[in-house]
Design a protein around this ligand. Structure first.
Ligand SMILES: C[S@@+](CC[C@H](N)C(=O)[O-])C[C@H]1O[C@@H](n2cnc3c(N)ncnc32)[C@H](O)[C@@H]1O
Length: 333
């Protein structure tokens, strides 16, 4: 998934830097990824640590992480469910087709008509299987995570769901094929939450806390609202041209309060090692972050030059340079 702030290209660097501080053997460590997004960082550590605690404010992210992190034992017959879901006759009275595809008369075009119908068909069947107890939680989140990943590949957007494109783009014209969102297996169990980081931090403890909050004003709840709608699948009246639901507004996206929110998180954290990913164009400056962190213990910083996130070509043209710096602020509390 092309996700704002994704660490997929930085995960090895982050892991190496964390090991430089904490040591190579992490097998007795509890690792928390409290702004988990796509889950890539938790996934990178899943096989090496005693337990991963994964969390995000957004429900679609919970679904992805409940699958990629929470699932750790083989699920029998999961491929036969994928096959069954791929071969169902399509329905045309579902929420996504009715509200986010042109053919229904909705005036929005987040998916081709057929793909919108297929999302509804699969989503409804997953609910039915779960409701009738034919599938358990592990399989439910595996199938739902697979649907999110597969639907995202054929979305008719420039990359985020803040707007749709007028014409169906090439990748969106391809038929949605449900593909397995494969998770890695191991014998340890993990925890996955869907809470505000600043609330959750008061209830957990561990060894390594990895922080990757939003850097700027872009709210994830509006930029990825369609993924929430597919995940929750509860009817609401979509608002305006883009069809937004009511969405979460994170304090980490607000210039006015972000520093206070961040300091509360650090203060309440019951973890020995804290690592913060942030870039040089974020709402908090390098110096402001340093001044907060160093009140709580030993501070250090590493940085890496990095390719900027591009949501579309216009976005790329608007930016002067396409290189930016990614920082990893380190606290030993
Ligand atoms: C930069 S992204 C994380 C990216 C992730 N590390 C990855 O590689 O996919 C920031 C994440 O923080 C989440 N978020 C924002 N405010 C939050 C809050 N108060 N509590 C928990 N999660 C929050 C967003 O939903 C988003 O997924």
């Amino acid at each position: 998934m092309n996700y704002i702030g994704s660490k997929s290209k930085l995960s090895h660097w982050i892991k190496d830097e964390i090991k430089n501080i904490v040591g190579n053997d992490l097998s007795d460590k509890v690792f928390c990824d409290i702004f988990a997004g796509t889950g890539i960082i938790g996934r990178t550590f899943k096989s090496e640590v005693k337990r991963v605690i994964s969390n995000d404010l957004e429900y679609y992210s919970f679904v992805l992480n409940r699958n990629y992190i929470g699932n750790h034992k083989d699920i029998r017959d999961k491929e036969s469910y994928i096959e069954e879901l791929n071969s169902l006759p399509l329905i045309d009275n579902g929420f996504i087709y009715q509200n986010y595809c042109k053919g229904s008369g909705s005036s929005r075009q987040y998916f081709s008509d057929n793909n919108g119908k297929k999302i509804d068909t699969i989503r409804r069947k997953i609910n039915e299987l779960y409701y009738h107890k034919k599938i358990d939680d592990d399989l439910y989140y595996f199938l739902l995570g697979s649907l999110l990943e597969s639907a995202d590949k054929v979305a008719n957007t420039a990359s985020v769901y803040g707007a749709f494109l007028k014409h169906i783009k090439k990748s969106a014209s391809k038929d949605l094929i449900l593909k397995s969102a494969n998770f890695s297996e191991n014998s340890n169990s993990h925890q996955v939450f869907n809470e505000d980081s600043n609330q959750l931090i008061k209830k957990i403890e561990g060894d390594i806390l990895y922080l990757d909050p939003p850097y700027n004003q872009r709210q994830y709840g509006s930029n990825y609202h369609i993924l929430n709608s597919i995940s929750k699948y509860e009817p609401f009246t979509p608002k305006g041209i883009t069809g937004l639901p009511d969405y979460n507004r994170s304090n980490y996206c607000k210039k006015r309060v972000v520093k206070i929110e961040f300091e509360k998180l650090i203060d309440n954290a019951n973890f020995k090692y804290i690592f913060l990913s942030y870039n040089n164009e974020g709402l908090m400056s390098e110096c402001e972050i340093k001044n907060i962190i160093k009140k709580y213990g030993r501070y250090s910083l590493v940085k890496k030059e990095y390719q900027r996130f591009k949501s579309d070509k216009t976005d790329a043209r608007n930016h002067k340079a396409d290189k930016t710096y990614e920082y990893l602020h380190i606290l030993q509390k």
